[in-house]
Design a protein around this ligand. Structure first.
Ligand SMILES: NC(=O)c1ccc[n+]([C@@H]2O[C@H](COP(=O)([O-])OP(=O)(O)OC[C@H]3O[C@@H](n4cnc5c(N)ncnc54)[C@H](OP(=O)(O)O)[C@@H]3O)[C@@H](O)[C@H]2O)c1
Length: 267
């Protein structure tokens, strides 16, 4: 008997964690994929390379019209939605003193507002297809803030707080809501060049494929949250249990190893 059709939509599928997630989900029998990002030509290539029915939509998710465009695309080409992976995101480094509210706003637009607006547009479809799931790709930076990335952390802290509430609100509707909190994962937008360059700090890096596996555990697998690599959960716990120690570590030598120069785009 053919496997039941399951439609999964991945935002930010043109590179890094999103691309690895699309490849991971494509291994499940009966999967149909919808890929969303701005670079249509990259999505077209990815779609052609995947072994399951895949459509794609080039959209800037910060644009006002994007949520309606995505919903119309899913309704027209797939008629249901079983999994939404809110993964598209970015970081622009800089202290608040240097980059101000404008940088916070820029992060909130993409990493928070765009996620909520897309989720709002797709929630009716997800409820109609229940049991279904939403996975929000947050960050360990949504639990622990570092110098030079306060704007990024603010957007991910907001995402984490909202995800916890949505988890409780949507359970009665059959929509499982979970999140993945990656640590340092070298990708196109987050090269982690400085950490990669040193044998010791290289040990703390994860891979997009590990994050994709965690997204699979949270979405189809029904877990509520996963740190990737798992040991990053220790940093999040220490922030609550030993705040002074955490501040000392982040303000001292090890922070310098984890803090690239201001002005770098993502890291
Ligand atoms: N890598 C890490 O160390 C790390 C750690 C913690 C959390 N994360 C989170 O993981 C997620 C994926 O990041 P990644 O590491 O895979 O980075 P990445 O390789 O730079 O991928 C980011 C994706 O988001 C898409 N995107 C960016 N702006 C967009 C927009 N305005 N509209 C639509 N799509 C947009 C990009 O595609 P286009 O350029 O084609 O639009 C790309 O596909 C992000 O939410 C990030 O915050 C990453």
């Amino acid at each position: 008997m053919p496997a039941t059709k399951k439609v999964a939509l991945v935002t930010g599928a043109s590179s890094g964690i999103g691309a690895a997630t699309a490849r991971r989900l494509a291994r499940d029998p009966g999967t149909e994929l919808v890929l969303v990002a701005r670079r249509g030509e990259v999505l077209a290539e990815m779609a052609a390379s995947l072994p399951v029915p895949t459509t794609w939509l080039a959209a800037d998710l910060t644009r006002p019209e994007a949520p309606d465009l995505v919903r119309a695309h899913v309704e027209q080409h797939h008629d249901r939605l079983d999994l939404l992976v809110n993964n598209a995101g970015a970081a622009w480094r800089g202290t608040f003193g240097e980059t101000g509210w404008a940088n916070v706003h820029r992060h909130m637009e993409l990493n928070f507002d765009a996620v909520l607006r897309l989720t709002e547009a797709l929630l009716p479809l997800l409820r109609r297809s229940a049991p279904s799931a939403i996975v929000n790709v947050a960050s360990t930076a949504g639990r622990v803030s570092r110098a030079n990335s306060g704007a990024y952390s603010a957007s991910k802290f907001a995402l984490v707080g909202w995800t916890d509430a949505l988890h409780l609100e949507e359970a009665p509707h059959g929509v499982h809501v979970g999140m993945v909190l990656p640590g340092f994962i070298p990708t196109e937008g987050f090269p982690q060049a400085e950490l990669h360059g040193k044998p010791l700090t290289r040990l703390i890096l994860g891979t997009p494929e590990q994050v994709a596996e965690a997204i699979h555990e949270v979405g189809p697998g029904g877990k509520a949250e996963r740190y990737v690599p798992r040991k990053y959960g220790i940093a999040a716990s220490l922030r609550i249990l030993a705040p002074s120690l955490t501040r000392r570590v982040l303000g001292g030598g090890s922070a310098k190893a984890l803090t690239p120069a201001a002005g770098e785009r993502n890291d």
